[in-house]
Design a protein around this ligand. Structure first.
Ligand code: NOJ
Length: 504
């Protein structure tokens, strides 16, 4: 625990003093000293100002403009919650909440309009500098995601993440970020949810609209891992290796529970965990590095069976394996829900695809309470299980929960959200206090309602409601904002909020 608290205190230096006065460990349900609470957003989802002040076009600009019909409500992030103009107001909300940190992402094309580092947009740099300064002035630590899915379009025109050169272009971009923001920023996240943007972006419906999860998605994942390893190495080498900051990656992971207690279902669930999480976690967090053996075995075998001359899953070189292995100071975990796994009915059929390679049927129990998203059901016990699985599988790494939240309809009375937060935080507390999982921060997604990708504005995750009809995108606190604020200020779960029931 010694090393853990040393790093935490380096990271938490500004919030210890701020919240010391409020710490009240009266109730039994309290988080350990130094545990931090935050909220998150992402550039494309909240900023708007898509073509303002020198910003270049990114893949979500292009995709939503060319294919409005693919987005549920035919909307886009052109204005979104207008945080590019309303950022001071947003910092005000963070203050109101009393959170320790704000996780936001930097828009690559706002800083480098063409994606390349030969042309820096000073107005873009200033926007984030002002935001960071204001956060620090209010004792809120900035936690910066370098890439939350909004790739500059000119880089996509070169193949995007399927192009091996992307690892170097990302390194160049990271260098610009470190040169401009390292110091005030002490916590960096290279990538947000590579599973989502590689699988859904290059093999599904998300931007840039790739359609081959059996090829492109693996190339994307490969180059993202290479890029992450390079940036981690660069960061640790800066300032002659004396940098006090922390750098990690955020992976999304639902819990996959075996559908029954049968051996086959247990095996299928583990295979799904390895494909969906191990794909990125094994090369970085396991002692041996490289892709998970089960993924290598299944994709190699499938590729042979499909008469390909080589595996569709590329090979990392020994140098790359070494560079990627251990490239983390913490694991950022995005967790929302749970699925059931069992062997797929006909695992040998169909086009080469990620799902076919994995060969696992993924379902949910119809009686698990629903949110406003088709995929998100409320299963708090799954949170504790995934944390324990990570602890066991990757030698108990330090974790920050970088996203957790629920989508509901419009309206500020949101007891279901209060209940979701409460039940997930109780599961998290059990994982920390009873199971000794090393989690040192929790982030609610999201501070405000925002553009929920292919679901447009139809799903609202915010603690604050955004009025999309008003010119300033007025923000109004929900019941959940005051609830979460109480937790952030006391580090304890308030007793009197318990008792809401979640029904459909
Ligand atoms: C994951 C993503 O990081 C974020 O962009 C998205 O809005 C939330 N989950 C909710 O789906």
């Amino acid at each position: 625990m010694g090393e853990f608290w040393k790093i935490v205190s380096a990271f938490c230096v500004c919030w210890y003093s701020v919240n010391a006065a409020h710490v009240a460990e009266k109730s039994g349900a309290c988080f350990p000293p130094g545990f931090a609470f935050g909220v998150a957003t992402a550039s494309y989802q909240v900023e708007g100002a898509w073509n303002v002040s020198g910003k270049g076009e990114n893949i979500w600009d292009r995709y939503t403009h060319e294919h409005p019909e693919r987005v549920f409500d035919h909307q886009n992030g052109d204005v979104a919650a207008d945080s590019y103009h309303q950022w001071k107001e947003d910092v005000g909300l963070l203050k109101q909440l009393g959170v320790n940190f704000y996780r936001f992402s930097i828009s690559w094309s706002r800083i480098l309009p063409t994606g390349f580092s030969n042309e820096i947009n000073e107005e873009g740099v200033k926007y984030y500098q002002d935001l960071i300064t204001e956060l620090k002035r209010n004792h809120i630590a900035p936690v910066v995601t370098m890439y939350h899915w909004d790739l500059p379009q000119p880089l996509q025109d070169l193949g995007g993440w399927t192009n091996p050169m992307m690892a170097d272009y990302f390194l160049d971009y990271a260098t610009v970020l470190f040169d401009n923001f390292d110091g005030p920023v002490k916590m960096w996240i290279t990538f947000n949810e590579p599973l989502s943007f590689c699988h859904d972006g290059y093999g599904g419906d998300d931007a840039p609209g790739g359609r081959s999860s059996g090829f492109e998605a693996y190339l994307c994942g490969h180059n993202v891992l290479r890029a992450h390893g390079k940036v981690y190495t660069l960061y640790r080498a800066r300032k002659n290796g004396t940098s006090k900051g922390l750098i990690g990656i955020t992976l999304d992971m639902s819990w996959i529970e075996p559908e029954t207690t049968s051996k086959e279902d247990k095996q299928a669930a583990e295979t799904a965990r390895q494909f969906m999480f191990g794909w990125f976690a094994h090369p970085i967090f396991s002692a041996e590095g490289d892709y998970p053996p089960i993924m290598r075995k299944r994709i190699d075998a499938k590729s042979r069976h499909q008469n390909f001359a080589r595996s569709r899953l590329p090979h990392l070189t020994p140098d790359e394996i070494r560079n990627i292995r251990g490239s983390f100071d913490f694991l950022g975990l995005n967790h929302y829900t749970t699925y059931l796994g069992s062997p797929a009915d006909n695992p040998d059929s169909g086009e080469p695809s990620f799902a076919d390679d994995m060969g696992v049927r993924i379902t949910q129990k119809p009686d698990w309470p629903r949110s406003n998203s088709t995929w998100l059901r409320v299963v708090p016990w799954g949170f504790r299980r995934i944390l324990n699985w990570i602890k066991k599988t990757y030698n108990n790494p330090q974790i920050v929960v970088t996203e957790n939240g629920i989508s509901l309809g419009p309206g500020v009375h949101d007891p279901k959200r209060v209940n979701y937060i409460e039940s997930y935080l109780r599961a998290l507390l059990d994982a920390i206090l009873k199971d000794k999982c090393r989690v040192f921060g929790y982030t609610y997604w999201s501070l405000i309602d925002n553009f929920e990708w292919m679901r447009g504005y139809s799903e609202r995750f915010g603690l604050y409601e955004v009025d999309y009809e008003s010119p300033n995108r007025t923000r109004t606190a929900r019941l959940s904002a005051s609830y979460y604020s109480q937790i952030a200020n006391t580090r304890c779960l308030p007793d009197n909020y318990v008792g809401y029931t979640i029904t459909d």
